[in-house]
Design a binder for this molecule. Sequence first.
Ligand SMILES: Cc1cc2nc3c(=O)[nH]c(=O)nc-3n(C[C@H](O)[C@H](O)[C@H](O)COP(=O)(O)OP(=O)(O)OC[C@H]3O[C@@H](n4cnc5c(N)ncnc54)[C@H](O)[C@@H]3O)c2cc1C
Ligand SMILES: NC(=O)c1ccc[n+]([C@@H]2O[C@H](COP(=O)([O-])OP(=O)(O)OC[C@H]3O[C@@H](n4cnc5c(N)ncnc54)[C@H](O)[C@@H]3O)[C@@H](O)[C@H]2O)c1
Length: 447
Amino acid sequence: MAFDFDLFVIGAGSGGVRAARIASSHGARVAVAEEYRVGGTCVIRGCVPKKLLVYGSHFAEDLADAKRFGWNTKGATFDWPTLRDNVASEVDRLEGLYGQTLGNAKVEIFRQRAVIAGPNLIRLADGTEVSAANILIATGAWPSIPDIPGAEYGITSNEVFHLDKLPKRAVIAGAGYIANEFAGIFNELGVEVTLVTRGDKMLRSYDQEIVDKLVGISREKGIDIRFNFKCPAIRKQTDGSLLVESGDGSDVEADVVLFAIGRIPKTMNLGLEAVGVELDKDGAVIVDEYNRTNVSGIYAVGDVTNRVQLTPVAIREGHAFADTVFGNNPRTIDYGAIPTAVFSNPPIAGVGMTEEEARAQLSDVRVYKSDFRAMKNVLADRNERALYKMIVDGATDKVVGLHLIGPDSAEILQAAAIAVKAGLTKQAFDDTVALHPSMAEELVLMK
Ligand SMILES: Cc1cc2nc3c(=O)[nH]c(=O)nc-3n(C[C@H](O)[C@H](O)[C@H](O)COP(=O)(O)OP(=O)(O)OC[C@H]3O[C@@H](n4cnc5c(N)ncnc54)[C@H](O)[C@@H]3O)c2cc1C
Ligand SMILES: NC(=O)c1ccc[n+]([C@@H]2O[C@H](COP(=O)([O-])OP(=O)(O)OC[C@H]3O[C@@H](n4cnc5c(N)ncnc54)[C@H](O)[C@@H]3O)[C@@H](O)[C@H]2O)c1
């Protein structure tokens, strides 16, 4: 039977764009549907605009520190609309480039919502139906909203990049990546930030000693962090401000409430039930290591599968899918030792086992630490220390984990992660001559 396309991709985000482009390079006739903006979450309302806001907000500290380095920064002011609009323009530019890349790769783009109408059938929002031999679900995830009275007064990361003006006070609910990143951004921009979380921990997948350091530094910078804050309701007050209830009388007033409590796979009303694609209890598409669903010819990659919600992972999954199905090169992804970072202020970065994980899994664990003040912070008279931890398997001398908090830790960790991924030993780190003066040299000087 002749189909309109060899592959129809639903969602032009990190995973979908890569899969479409590579499948086309293998000779497949490919189409992609995008209901919002080409580029997906990372480019349009995730990694990219977030990182630019991190850069933009950090000038507050840099300008304050500049005085100790001889600069007179008197009169420096900040204008939110300038930063917001410049970031938005950069996002527009990237969106254009993504569209161009797909066009150059001869991928047909349908700029509308698509749903699955049958095993090989896609229905677009305008009613058009197209057929495809294979369908890739790459619809990503969507911010979770708590089921509490007054939740409608809150915003999510979808809206936060477009605020008309900066709030005076913000409550951020959640204790993961987005919560800590926006706590840092808002705090630097002069917003009074209260970060509330229902549990007694945050950033659970990170080394907790590193996280404790972040909590300490964040509080030092003026971020009010409240653990065990249940948030049963949010009320709008007569002056228009919001009252975030705590359940124990320690309510917090805010002008903006940002929910950052996780992202749920975007599988609602996609037609998956009709064709029998199996979902897990969180609504994620269940796939095997080759990104195959239980229905022949239907695949899924990226956040919608809820494996690891990170852009580089979605991209790799999309690429492996295209090579497997259209490139005659079946391959899977290695999920071991994925480096990750939280772009908080200061940032956290980690790869491999945390100390907690190593102690639970290995019989002999050695932990090396360096707790130091970055040279720049010393001259700036900023009493903010960095902490680097190296986790070593005592039985093999292999470095099984690296965990950093401090300036530029994400930049430093990406390079060091190669050594952890390669299974290098503590001895190999010791054998490497330090690059002085740098913060990264601490990695080869740990005693
Ligand atoms: C604020 C924020 C910051 C982040 N920062 C980082 C970071 O620093 N580093 C990192 O690695 N990751 C980060 N992430 C996560 C990263 O953005 C995601 O892991 C990544 O975008 C997942 O790619 P994807 O292809 O699975 O989905 P997405 O990029 O979300 O793409 C899915 C696309 O599908 C479209 N779509 C959905 N349903 C349909 C439909 N029915 N029809 C047509 N189109 C549809 C959507 O509009 C979207 O464009 C961040 C996320 C957020 C929210
Ligand atoms: N730097 C990065 O790589 C980066 C940045 C942003 C987002 N992301 C990705 O996007 C995903 C989503 O980010 P996120 O920050 O929304 O989620 P997250 O999974 O990092 O954190 C969610 C937090 O919310 C808490 N929580 C859950 N339900 C709650 C509720 N009802 N009330 C209060 N708290 C609740 C959880 O305990 C958790 O601490 C991340 O898991 C990550 O994979 C990555």
